[in-house]
Write a new protein. Sequence first.
Length: 253
Amino acid sequence: EPKLSILITGTPGTINGMVKGVEDGTASRFIYYGFASSGLIWKSQQSEAKVKADSEISKLSKSVEELFEFTKDRPIKFDFTEGQKLEFDKYFEDKTSLLDPDADVHYFASVKRHGLIFKRIAAILTAVEAFENKNSNNELICSDKTFGACKDIIDTLLEHSKIVFSNLEQRPYEPLQDNSEKLLQALPDEFTPRLGYKIGEDQLGITERTARNYYKKLVQNKKLVKVGPKYQKVQIAAVAVASAVAVDAIDFK
């Protein structure tokens, strides 16, 4: 069954002409990778480097043809190990936790698409490994090395995708990063949720909903604990518990 793949190069303005917005799903179907221009520098089209590049591309094209011939007449089943499946879900859960629930609604579609992109890249790299090792098995399992490489690749692609979505939505680009630790450092040892929201907004520019998500994550990671209507940093709570135990242990007779 034929599949359509599209490879397009151009300037940032090209995307605005090709994709009208972020709501129809088109924008999330692409991998994006951007890089800065080297400036107004003339590069010789007759240089030795150009001739060498053409030769290398020709060799790679031959390798792709050989890979196609190696795999075309047999169905191949690809899968992750059980450990990799758990790590895959954890990876994208962590990425999702970094999103701003208000600003990143449409970008979330791209994050989900990158789950599929991750698997496709892993399958392609695994097939290349099988070709290089002359492994003709019909069932291929992703290696940990390939899985790790895919995580590195997706890390980069997600950031480039976020840049594109920010431009399409005409809003400032904010790197996909976890500010929960920054919020933790900014908070006092004991605080009410409302105080934490204010500190997060004033010092880090995060919304109340994002702060609530960070509270949940910090509690799960045993860095915050809920004590009545307030939160406490874990080390402070531990000291309080130890002090209470010490008092209980005292013989007042």
